[in-house]
Write a protein that binds this ligand. Structure first.
Ligand code: G6P
Ligand code: MG
Length: 483
């Protein structure tokens, strides 16, 4: 039985919120539904969250919910005529005092008081994901005077970045704080923090989540130049998070598209080594917003992320606002499966040369070593409280599926993000200890995953319900009486 290992995150929006569409997305292989708090009302997100859970349950599927905070994206204000057209060589000004709804061909307001302080003459500013580029020629007390280097249309509320990063808005805005409460109310499984600069931003998010009473695992979106400035900065941010996202849109604008290639590989590798999950995002199937098939280049982009070792690939506008959301999920599923047939997807060096930090990590990695070297092993069963043991396991490349056995709703949904990990609802405490192995294997027999003669690895701890307690591994022969 071949399971797709790489998971699919799809953003929900107007194109994917009707019950029919959502059901099709779930059947097409949606693993994580993303609620983008930059768009839509709280009520729209509530309705989507409830529908996803209801429809997933109807089909016996486990779909995690990820809320994505808007963060301090710095944007220009509005134009009197909605949109202007800039040509190379034009002069243009950004003003912190200009009326917010009265931009002209020469000047537009901006809601970022520190803009002038944070920018210097000679800096390059990138508007609308880099479609329009300007250089700062002069600064006054409340304005930057620029010359257009690359022209194009500019319309209301487009984003602004500085080449090289360093616009220093705090990562959590007043709106984000309200949305953290909404995430708690909806019991979301993941919460993505936009534009974190360093570990302190993630720690603040964690504190706010705790104060709100939420349990969502935190995802750091890597999208600022500062976050990838050196190895220590990146590792610090990853360690302060439960998962990370390669947020290629803003990141590419700040560091340039040529740098992005190596940085994606580095982020994925560091996330895996540090036992964190990782999502690769932005423009993966961009042309599917209006076309029913991806381009060859998009096929290879998704495939390369799979070969890089990402846990999940993500759809943004393709599924939120595009014409072919279901086809986009189907295309991703197909391409992931294809890429996973390539040996680099399943071959692992097992962290040779690394030392392990924890007992459960040692068992998890020993299980993977065994699974990859003992050909009879067809599945791994990991009894887990929080999902942590299967997370560590899935940091190792393998073609053997990992089944996370847990009685908890949160864990059952959470592991949907992890590469090669699948949920089996199971309460070890409800089975007599000497019947546990048999009961666990029976779940896989029932699902047709294994047959008599196969080998299965099972990991657990001495006591039930202990996070971090995994300290044992068994190798079980299916078909023989198991104790
Ligand atoms: C289940 C098992 C325990 C084990 C735990 C590990 O509760 O019954 O024996 O200690 O999972 O959970 P973790 O969240 O660390 O993967
Ligand atoms: Mg972004």
């Amino acid at each position: 039985m071949t399971f797709r290992r790489t998971k699919i995150v799809a953003t929900l929006g107007p194109a994917s919120s009707s019950p029919e569409r959502l059901e099709q997305l779930i059947l097409a292989g949606l693993d994580v539904a993303r609620l983008n708090f930059s768009h839509g009302t709280a009520d729209e997100h509530r309705a989507r969250a409830h529908l996803v859970r209801e429809l997933a349950a109807k089909h016996g599927r486990f779909v995690a919910l990820l809320g994505d905070l808007q963060g301090p994206k710095i944007r220009i204000a509005k134009f009197a005529g909605k949109r202007i057209e800039l040509k190379e060589g034009d002069s243009f000004r950004f003003s912190v005092t200009h009326p917010r709804d009265a931009g002209t061909q020469e000047v537009v307001g901006i809601d970022y008081p520190d803009l002038v302080k944070d920018c210097n003459v000679g800096d390059e500013l990138l508007l609308d994901d880099g479609r329009v580029v300007m250089v700062v020629r002069e600064k006054t007390a409340d304005e930057l005077h620029c010359t257009v280097l690359i022209g194009g249309p500019l319309s209301d509320h487009k984003g602004i970045n500085r080449r090289g990063g360093g616009l220093t808005a705090p990562a959590l805005t007043a709106k984000d704080k309200v949305d953290i409460k909404l995430a708690t109310e909806l019991d979301l499984d993941y919460l993505a923090v936009s534009f974190p600069r360093d570990a302190a931003d993630m720690e603040l998010a964690r504190r706010l989540r705790d104060e709100a009473g939420g349990k969502a695992w935190l995802v750091a979106k890597i999208e600022r130049a500062e976050a990838v400035a050196d190895d220590a900065a990146l590792d610090g941010l990853i360690r302060a998070s439960d998962a990370v996202m390669v947020a290629r849109g803003d990141l590419g604008v700040e560091i340039g598209d040529a740098e992005l290639v190596g940085v994606q590989k580095l982020i994925i590798e560091r996330a895996r080594v540090l036992n964190r999950a990782v999502i690769t995002a932005t423009q993966m199937m961009e042309t599917m917003i209006t076309q029913s098939l991806p381009t060859r280049a998009e096929v290879f982009d998704v495939a390369n992320a799979v070969l890089d070792g990402t846990d999940a690939v993500m759809l943004s506008a393709e599924s939120a606002a595009g014409e072919y959301p279901v086809e986009a999920v189907q295309a991703m599923a197909r391409v992931c499966l294809g890429a996973e047939r390539h040996p680099t997807s399943t071959r692992s060096s097992h962290r040779l040369g690394h030392t392990f930090e924890r007992c459960d990590e040692s068992i998890a990695l020993a299980a993977m070593y065994t699974a990859n070297h003992f050909p009879g092993v067809k599945a791994i069963i990991s009894l887990t409280e929080s999902g942590y043991t299967p997370l560590i396991m899935s940091r190792i490349r393998s073609s053997v599926p990992i089944f996370a056995y847990s009685p908890h709703r949160e864990t059952q949904a959470r592991v949907a993000l992890f590469r090669g990990v699948y949920t089996v609802p199971f309460d070890p405490a409800a089975v007599a200890p000497e019947k546990l192995s048999q009961a666990a294997v029976d779940e896989l027999l029932k699902r047709g995953v294994v047959k008599p003669g196969d080998w299965v690895i099972l990991t657990k701890g001495d006591s039930y319900n202990t996070i971090g307690g995994t300290n044992g591994m068994k190798i079980l022969h299916v078909g023989e009486p198991l104790v």
